[in-house]
Ligand binder design. Structure first.
Ligand SMILES: Nc1nc2c(c(=O)[nH]1)N[C@H]1C(S)=C(S)[C@@H](COP(=O)(O)OP(=O)(O)OC[C@H]3O[C@@H](n4cnc5c(=O)[nH]c(N)nc54)[C@H](O)[C@@H]3O)O[C@H]1N2
Ligand SMILES: Nc1nc2c(c(=O)[nH]1)N[C@H]1C(S)=C(S)[C@@H](COP(=O)(O)OP(=O)(O)OC[C@H]3O[C@@H](n4cnc5c(=O)[nH]c(N)nc54)[C@H](O)[C@@H]3O)O[C@H]1N2
Ligand code: SF4
Ligand SMILES: [Mo]
Length: 698
């Protein structure tokens, strides 16, 4: 068994995290993975990674890993399976997919995926199968859509100042993200700026997170009220002469209209909405006005509300009022998606894509599988699914519907997984998947600017196979249209993409490990103009018609006609009422990554148990004491968990951290039983942090 292994190897973290860390992999003398470290020679990772990935050996050598293909023998979801060979499993899948297609059309097969691995080959090869077969496409709505739409509404492009510039900022505003938990490298660079230059750190969140504990100033706002805060800050900037007039004239669309509009958006007005003191808003605005080199690091969290697009746009507008974009260490950054111009034809087979084939909304999976005609876009029912890199029975909203859907006896479900997740338990066929250290892939950083190679570092155990194998094998069995991508290995794919994108050869990248694709300073800071046709930052976006990185076909969603013309508080959130007097935010847990790592003992021990955190006065109002078992309900369902009293939450707000396994809750109903799937205006997405609830003692 013992093979001679190098003492270290390099890789990239595959998880769905803006940090996409460059990794050093350390081996035991017997060739097993021992520990992972952040690569020191990568200047974004800078030697730092999160604890859960550092102890990756626990996940890689986990006793519960799936090692054999399985076929369901009991009732749906009962959890009884028998072993089956890879060949028989693949043959059976092909037979079922072909019969669904023959009876209901190719659109009745829905390959469903997400970003459990962010590797471009292993994550996105499923698109090749979809396009080559005309299977239903997927509209990716679960994570980034709200935030990206809001950011691009202002800038016209999903990119911004070099994230490493945080280290040379004089002030960093960490807005609606909890990087200590969710993207640790932001803290690395922010703390460097503090140590080296005395930079101030301001954090905006709905409770006192681990990130806020490290801040100089913490602003705790009520969920879904960030646009009010942003407007009041801009009101003060205009009022007190902090607006950069020359910059506004040259680089923005309608500064005078904005100033006039903001006149009534005073700190007192915003205080009543956000729950902050007017003096706190005045102070934050003054500091933002005085410190030109202010770097706004805008996260996803504050956009997971029904008014999230408007909130993101409003927050990004502040940097345009002060002109912070002009300075090194200044501007507003969210994600660098637009800088990687990659030719992914061999991976995705975009040339075979038929726009007439429906694209089903990922978040509406519950409605889709239970036959909602609107969600099915007028097409056939979904009769067969292949699921890779995602765990919808746990992570998707409207969980009761999702479970009902997967319980359908007439739905044939294949789940390719590393663990027996809640979704895998509902499958007809479970296929074991390799982990990232066991296959080749390539990764792009959302929160930075590197394209990073993640080569295979160890042999997989006998049994698990990589995603691309499953895709190519199924394609070969279902009369797929031919495409050269189906005959390529992961390494062939990476080499082809690099060469055809003008980024050299695979051998070059193996030597260099990563490629820095940071655009030049003037481009990144929009000094040659913003991404819109007129080159200006738009305070007045063309909602419903504007550009967005991931715009679905067809009409805009939701009440988009009533979106405010200029940055403003928009009352489209799920407002608390007598029946649902509190507002729930389902923030991420530090030791889980969505539902990943909730299978490891160390992460579960660190997180404790599913809890809801309430302010003592709210708890008193509902007769709840610390540690007590409670029920929490929304318009969509009820969960059972334990209460914890915490002082430092926004008024009327409750927090439940982490996506625990559903069976960690007393009656198997996970946190997403409460959350809604109604698409956020104007281009979709789920408002995971925007749920009106009641809580009561059991
Ligand atoms: N440890 C860990 N890391 C993760 C993840 C995880 O689950 N756990 N998930 C990964 C994924 S998929 C993603 S997309 C990223 C997301 O990472 P982030 O950008 O950090 O976004 P969220 O995790 O949704 O929420 C971040 C913070 O937003 C706050 N928040 C919620 N609502 C509001 C609001 O209305 N206003 C304000 N100001 N703040 C609000 C929450 O309290 C939370 O502290 O993280 C990734 N990294
Ligand atoms: N309540 C609430 N719900 C949320 C959120 C929230 O903040 N609150 N956040 C939302 C967000 S931002 C996101 S992105 C989604 C994420 O939700 P998911 O995309 O479902 O992410 P994970 O829960 O991490 O599940 C990923 C799965 O992929 C598997 N996997 C990893 N690598 C591979 C591979 O190489 N091959 C195969 N076949 N499988 C692999 C893992 O074992 C894991 O089970 O959840 C959303 N749900
Ligand atoms: S911080 Fe994010 S990218 Fe870095 S190792 Fe942890 S999960 Fe992976
Ligand atoms: Mo996400």
């Amino acid at each position: 068994m013992t093979r001679q292994q190098p003492k270290t190897a390099f890789s990239a973290c595959p998880h769905d995290c803006p940090s996409t860390c460059a990794l050093d992999v350390h081996f035991d003398p017997d060739g097993r993975i021992k520990r992972l470290n952040g690569a020191r020679d990568n200047d974004y990772t800078a030697g730092v990674i999160c604890a859960k990935v550092a102890r990756y050996a626990e996940r890689l050598y986990h006793p519960d890993r799936l090692l054999k293909p399985l076929r369901r023998v009991g009732a749906k979801g009962e959890g009884r399976f028998e072993e089956i060979s890879w060949d028989s499993a693949l043959d059976l899948i092909a037979e079922k997919f072909l019969s669904a297609e023959a009876e209901f059309g190719a659109e009745s097969v829905w390959p469903y995926h997400y970003a459990g691995t962010m590797g471009l080959v292993q994550r996105d090869s499923i698109l090749r199968l979809r396009h080559a077969k005309g299977y239903s496409r997927q509209f990716d709505s679960i994570c980034t859509n709200i935030a990206w739409t809001g950011y691009v509404a202002g800038t016209g492009r999903l990119a911004g100042p070099d994230p490493r510039e945080m280290a040379v900022s004089d002030q960093i505003v960490i807005w609606g993200t909890n990087p200590v938990a969710t993207q640790v490298n932001v803290m690395t660079h922010a703390i460097t700026a503090r140590k080296k230059r005395g930079a101030r750190i301001i954090v905006v969140d709905v409770y006192r997170t681990e990130t806020m504990k490290q801040a100089d100033i913490g602003l705790i706002v009520k969920p879904g009220t960030d646009a009010a805060l942003a407007c009041a800050i801009m009101h003060v900037l205009f009022r007190d002469g902090f607006a950069d007039r020359d910059y506004l004239e040259k680089y923005t669309d309608c500064p005078d209209d904005l100033q006039a509009h903001l006149q009534s958006r005073s700190p007192e007005w915003a205080a009543a909405i956000t729950g902050l003191e007017a003096a706190q808003i005045e102070e934050a605005a003054r500091l933002i006005g005085e410190v030109r080199k202010t770097y706004f690091r805008l996260g996803y969290g504050f956009t997971r509300s029904r008014n999230g697009v408007v909130a993101m746009h409003a927050a990004s507008s502040i940097a345009a009022v002060t002109g912070a974009w002009q300075y090194e260490g200044g501007g507003a950054f969210h994600n660098n998606g637009a800088i990687y111009e990659l030719d992914k034809e061999m991976i995705e087979a975009g040339s075979l894509k038929d726009p007439a084939v429906r694209a089903l909304d990922q978040c509406l999976i519950g409605r889709i599988l239970t036959g909602d005609e609107a969600a099915l876009l007028g097409g056939p029912p979904v009769k067969a699914m292949l699921i890779q890199n995602t765990n919808p029975v746990s992570v998707a909203p409207e969980q009761d519907l999702v479970k009902q859907g997967f319980a359908r006896e007439d739905l044939f479900t294949v789940v390719h997984e590393q663990f027996m997740t809640e979704t895998a338990k509902m499958a007809d066929i479970v296929l074991p998947a390799t982990q990232f250290l066991e296959h080749d892939d390539i990764y792009k950083g959302g929160g930075h600017q590197y394209l990073i190679l993640g080569p295979k570092a160890v042999e997989a155990p006998k049994g698990p196979r990589e995603n691309i194998f499953v895709i190519n094998e199924i394609a070969g069995r279902v009369d797929s249209r031919p495409h050269p991508g189906f005959d390529m290995s992961a390494r062939d794919q990476i080499a082809w993409m690099l060469e055809n994108s003008g980024y050299g050869t695979l051998e070059d990248l193996e030597a260099g490990k990563w490629i820095d694709l940071q655009p030049d300073f003037e481009t990144a800071h929009y000094l040659k103009g913003f991404g819109h046709a007129d080159g200006r930052f738009h305070f007045r976006p063309d909602w419903g018609r504007s550009a967005a990185p991931n715009k679905p076909e067809g009409d805009p969603f939701g009440p988009w006609q009533t979106m405010p013309e200029l940055p403003d508080q928009w009352d489209s959130i799920e407002i608390a009422d007598e029946q649902h007097p509190l507002r729930l935010v389902t923030a991420p847990a530090r030791s889980f990554l969505n539902s990943t790592f909730n299978e490891t003992d160390s992460s579960r021990k660190k997180e404790g148990r599913p809890e809801v955190w309430l302010r003592p006065e709210d708890a008193a109002r509902f007769g709840i004491s610390d540690g007590e078992k409670v029920k929490m309900g929304s318009r969509r369902g009820v969960v059972t968990l334990h209460a914890r009293l915490v002082e430092t939450l926004a008024p009327g707000t409750v927090i439940s951290e982490g996506i625990w396994p559903n069976d960690a809750f007393e009656d198997g109903k996970g946190i997403n039983t409460l959350t809604g799937a109604d698409p956020v205006a104007p281009y979709g997405g789920s408002a995971f942090h925007d749920t009106a609830v009641w809580v009561r003692a059991v």
